[in-house]
Design a binder for this molecule. Sequence first.
Ligand code: FE
Ligand code: FE
Ligand code: ZN
Length: 279
Amino acid sequence: MLYIGCHLSAAKGFLHMGEEAVSIGGNTFQFFTRNPRGGKAKAIDEDDVKKFLEFKDKNGIGTILAHAPYTINPCSKDENVRTFALETMQDDLDRMEYIPGNMYNFHPGSHVGQGVETGINMIADILNKVLKEEQSTTVLLETMAGKGTEIGRSFEELKNIIDKVELKSHLGVCLDTCHVYDAGYDIVNKLDDVLESFDNIIGLERLKAIHLNDSKNPFESHKDRHEKIGEGSIGTDAFERIINHPKLADIPMYLETPNELDGYKHEIELLRNLKKEEE
Ligand code: FE
Ligand code: FE
Ligand code: ZN
C-alpha cells in the first residue's frame, strides 16, 4: 500500500489538512506543530481533533507526521537554546497525544563547533528527558545533508544518538532523499547498497518515514535545497525505484518539494502512476 502525502499548512486545523490531503490524492500528510521559525503553538481545538480522527478513519488516512520547528537546536552550545528545544519538544509531544499513535520528526541540530560527540550527547540527553514510557508517538530523527555542522549527516551519527537513548522503542528515523543524496549516499545509482548500509548500521526496522524530495544540487554537495520531483539531480527514475523498492513498501512518504497544492497534486499523481501494483 502506498501511503503518500505532502507537507500541509496547519493554520486551519487538522480536519482541514485531512480534507486537503484527500483532495490532492494523498492518504497521509505532514505539518508543522507550530510556526517553523518558532513561536507559540496554537491551542488544541478538541472539536477539530475529534472530527479529524473520524475523517481519518473513514478515509483511510495513514499515520501522519508532525515536524518540529526548524529553530530548535537540541545541541546548541548555549544552554538557553537547548532548554528552548527541550520545552518545545516536550510541549509538542504532549499535544501529539491528542492524535495518538502518530509520528514526530525533528532535525538533530547543529553542534556549532563544539564537536560531533558533544552534540550527540546533548541530543540524546534531550531525548531521554522528553520521551515518556506511556507516550504513543514515535519520535523520528531526520537524516541531514551535512550543511555546516549539522548532526545526522551519516547513518553512524544517528545510530550513535539512538544508542544513548533509553526508550528506544519510541524512536525511529525519517530518511530525506534530498538530504541523504546531498550527504553522499548514492540513492540514484546504488539504492540497494544505501539501504543495506542503513540496515547494517541503524536497522531498517527503525525507518518509519521517507521525505521525497529531489535536490537542486549535485551529489554530495551538503547543501539541502529541495527540488520538484524529476527536476533535480535525483530524477524521476530514481524515485520510481524508491517507491517500488520492496524494503520500502508500507513506509509512508511525504513530499516537501517547492510546490503549492496543485503542484503536490500533480506529483502525487505522477508517483502513483510509477507505483507498480502489488499482487
Ligand atoms: Fe525536515
Ligand atoms: Fe525533510
Ligand atoms: Zn531539507
